[in-house]
Write a protein that binds this ligand. Structure first.
Ligand SMILES: *Cc1c(COP(=O)(O)O)cnc(C)c1O
Length: 379
C-alpha cells in the first residue's frame, strides 16, 4: 500500500494533498471572463452562451446543443422532452450518481433498476432485454410494465466514469420496445463508442460541467439532440417558456429558469479550447496507472471497454473484496491521497428502496470493490 501512495504522490509532485479531480485553468479563462464582465452581459443572455452551444454541438457531432444551469437540469428537461410524465416509469442503472434518479423523480416518474455490465460499469443490454421480455409488452405503441400497469417511457443509461456502455445494443432494444433513449453523458465528454460521441446515440443526451467534471463552467450542463423541434422546446422550457416579444411578458406554459449564465459560458468556452489537451493527458495518466497496477494480482485497473475510446475522467480500480476496499480507502485518505468508493446503489437509498429491479449481482459486486483514484490533469 505504501508503494501505491508513493506512486500517486509522484504523479502529482507539487501537491501536498492529492484530490480526486481538480479543475485546471490554463487557457483563455481570465481573458473571456474579463470580456464578459466588461460587456455587462454576465447573466442569461450573451455571446458566450451562443458560442459555446455552437462549438459543443460541433465537437460531439450533434445538430443542436442547449446550455443549462447544471447537468441535473439538463437531464430533467431531456426527460420532460421524452414525454416522461407523472406516474410513468423510467429504466436506469442502480450504479449511478443521484442526479440521474433525481431527474426522473422531478418528472413525477419512478425508476426501475436494471443491472450493469462488469466491463463497462454501465447498463447491461442483456439485463435490459431480459427484464423487458419477462415483464413488459408493447400495446398500442406503448411499453407497458405488466407488473405495475404503467408505461415505461424512457431508458437512461449512464457512461460511468467516462467509460462508454454498450449504447448501440441498448438503443436497438429501446427502439424495439418503443422506449425513448436518453443518455446520461454527464461524465463522458470526450468519450466515443465506435467513433461516435457518447450522448449522441439517444434522442437526447445530457452533459455536466460541474467543478469535478473533465471541463467545468463552475456549474453547468448541456442538452444535445438532432431533433430541431426538441431543440427548440429545450430552449423554450429552460428559459421560462417566454414568447419572444419586444416588451411584453408572455409565457405559454410552466417553464424553468434553467439557463446557463453568460459568465459561466465564458469560462466554458475557454475550457473547451483545452479539452483535447486534457484528454491526451488523462489517457497518458490512465496508461501509467494500468502499467503500475498490472503487477498487482489482487487489484484490477478498469480499462476502456471494447469498441470505445474513453475520456478516463475518473480512474478506478477493483479491489479483492469489501475488506480490502475499506483498508485501501482508509490508508490512502489518511496519507493525503483522496480516494472514494463508487456510489452506494440507488436501490439502497431510502427514496428508491421500493423500486422494481432485476437481479443486481454485477452492481452489488462492483459496489463492494470499486474505488476511484486521483485523476486530475497532471501538469
Ligand atoms: C455530475 C453528474 C450529473 C449532473 O450533475 P450536476 O452537478 O447537476 O451538473 C448527472 N449524472 C451523473 C452520473 C453525474 O456524474
Amino acid at each position: 500500500m505504501q508503494e501505491i501512495v508513493k506512486f500517486i504522490q509522484d504523479l502529482y509532485p507539487t501537491k501536498e494533498f492529492v484530490a480526486l479531480h481538480e479543475p485546471v485553468f490554463l487557457g483563455n479563462e481570465k481573458k473571456y471572463l474579463n470580456e464578459c464582465i466588461d460587456s455587462t452581459f454576465v447573466s442569461s443572455v450573451g455571446k458566450f452562451v451562443d458560442r459555446f452551444e455552437k462549438e459543443f454541438a460541433k465537437y460531439v457531432g450533434s445538430k443542436y446543443a442547449i446550455a443549462t444551469v447544471n447537468g441535473t437540469s439538463a437531464l430533467h428537461i431531456s426527460l420532460l422532452l421524452a414525454n416522461v410524465l407523472k406516474d410513468d416509469e423510467v429504466i436506469t442503472q442502480p450504479l449511478t450518481f443521484i442526479a440521474t434518479c433525481n431527474a426522473i423523480s422531478y418528472c413525477g416518474a419512478k425508476p426501475i433498476f436494471v443491472d450493469v455490465d462488469r466491463d463497462t460499469l454501465g447498463l447491461s443490454p442483456s439485463s435490459l432485454k431480459d427484464f423487458l421480455e419477462k415483464n413488459c409488452e408493447v400495446t398500442k405503441g406503448k411499453c407497458i410494465n405488466k407488473t405495475t400497469n404503467k408505461v415505461i417511457k424512457a431508458c437512461v443509461p449512464m457512461h460511468t466514469f467516462g467509460h462508454p456502455c454498450k449504447i448501440d445494443e441498448i438503443k436497438q432494444i429501446c427502439d424495439e420496445w418503443n422506449i425513448v433513449l436518453v443518455e446520461d453523458s454527464a461524465e463522458s465528454l470526450g468519450s466515443f463508442y465506435k467513433q461516435k460521441h457518447t450522448g449522441t446515440f439517444g434522442k437526447l443526451g445530457a452533459f455536466s460541467f460541474n467543478g469535478n467534471k473533465i471541463i467545468t463552467s463552475g456549474g453547468g450542463g448541456v442538452i444535445v439532440t438532432d431533433d430541431e423541434n426538441l431543440a427548440k422546446r429545450a430552449k423554450h422550457l429552460t428559459t421560462t417558456a417566454k414568447i419572444p416579444h419586444p416588451f411584453e411578458y408572455i409565457h405559454d406554459e410552466i417553464g424553468y429558469n434553467y439557463r446557463m449564465p453568460n459568465l459561466n459560458a465564458a469560462l466554458l468556452v475557454a475550457q473547451m479550447e483545452q479539452l483535447d489537451r486534457f484528454l491526451e493527458n488523462k489517457r497518458e495518466l490512465a496508461k501509467k496507472y494500468e502499467q503500475f497496477f498490472s503487477s498487482y494480482d489482487d487489484i484490477g485497473f478498469i480499462k476502456e471497454p471494447k469498441n470505445s475510446s474513453s475520456n478516463y475522467w475518473l480512474n478506478s480500480i477493483i479491489l479483492k473484496d469489501l475488506k480490502q476496499r475499506d483498508s485501501f480507502l482508509q490508508y490512502t485518505n489518511k496519507n493525503a491521497i483522496m480516494t472514494r468508493p463508487i456510489w452506494k446503489l440507488m436501490n439502497k437509498l431510502e427514496m428508491f428502496k421500493n423500486s422494481q429491479s432485476t437481479s443486481l449481482d454485477n452492481a452489488i459486486w462492483l459496489e463492494e470493490r470499486v474505488v476511484n483514484i486521483p485523476s486530475g490533469v497532471t501538469l
